[in-house]
Ligand binder design. Structure first.
Ligand SMILES: [Zn+2]
Length: 303
């Protein structure tokens, strides 16, 4: 039997997305809960890996390579958590080895933000760009960069971790332990905290950003949270000379939010800073895995 399937896996805080590629196209998608209610919360990495493996077992003989994008930190295939609130506390889980034992094919893993940036670079909003910085604003705030047409990665360091750039000295406490990070002001988690103390406490961040835009308090909320993002964006522009930014994530892609980032940037920077919206939405990480694969390299060269 021919082995001709590449598997891309995206492990997020709430959902796991799996895509099966054949002839450079996705022919099947599988969605799993990261934390199924019926499963214990202990020993998360094993449970997550086993759930993914079970969903793929019927394809075992046809799989040629597996790429995994995940939340948390990956170093040489070992997986550790950064935010203990999402998946509990664990470190150095041998993620790639665990899959390799079952499927006996090459397995690689990298961070979900790097995967998304790579996906946008090869297949989405970054296709025409030589250098860009990718920022995702959703539950957390993440960042990753493409420099000189290459994904810039410095494992095990968190190169490009935009959300943990401090923009307020001695500011709000962040999940990473530092104070004043962008994530502590502009993430979905930070916004929800503020919303919980307002008349909109029963609403989600998404509801507020979609349906309450006429309310002056909401306008101010968006302006404030974009302010911290914009400080970070201008810092990146000054530090690296990158002029192109791709914004993704459920909050970053909100029209009002995206426009506010552009507006405030033009007010505080004399540089020409350009913004694009991410194009691949929820599939960016999956396409990023595909772009990193040997399978893609082969097809890219010989197609
Ligand atoms: Zn932080």
């Amino acid at each position: 039997m021919d082995k001709n399937i590449f598997v891309a896996v995206d492990i997020g805080g709430t959902k796991i997305s799996i895509a099966l590629f054949k002839n450079s196209k996705i022919f099947k998608k599988i969605r799993l809960e990261t934390n199924p209610k019926e499963q214990p919360t202990k020993d998360k990495p094993h449970l997550i890996a086993d759930n993914i493996i079970n969903s793929l077992i019927n394809y075992k003989e046809k799989i040629t390579e597996i790429g995994i994008a995940t939340t948390g930190v990956i170093h040489k295939g070992y997986w550790s958590v950064l935010n203990k609130k999402i998946l509990g506390e664990f470190s150095e889980f041998p993620l790639t080895k665990y899959f390799n034992k079952v499927f006996d094919v090459p397995v690689f893993a990298f961070s979900d933000t790097e995967a998304a940036a790579l996906g946008e670079f090869k297949f989405g909003a970054g296709k025409e760009l030589k250098d860009f910085y990718y920022i995702t604003v959703s539950t957390g705030v993440g960042g990753s960069m493409v420099l000189d047409k290459k994904l810039y990665s410095k494992s095990p360091n968190l190169a490009g971790a935009f959300g943990h750039m401090v923009v307020v000295s001695d500011g709000n406490l962040c999940g990473c332990g530092r104070k004043g990070c962008i994530e502590a002001y502009s993430s979905g988690t930070a916004l929800k905290k503020i919303i919980n103390n307002s008349e909109f406490e029963s609403l989600t961040v998404k509801d507020v950003l979609m349906n309450k835009l006429d309310n002056p308090w909401v306008t101010e909320l968006i302006q404030k949270s974009c302010k911290y993002l914009v400080e970070g964006i201008v810092n990146v522009n000054l530090l690296l000379g990158i002029n192109d930014f791709i914004i993704g994530g459920s909050i970053g892609l909100n029209n009002r939010f995206f426009e506010e980032i552009q507006k405030q940037t033009s007010l505080i920077s004399s540089q020409v800073i350009k913004f694009k919206k991410a194009q691949l939405k929820n599939d960016a990480e999956l396409f990023g895995c595909f772009a990193k694969s040997a399978y893609f390299d082969f097809n890219d060269k010989y197609e």
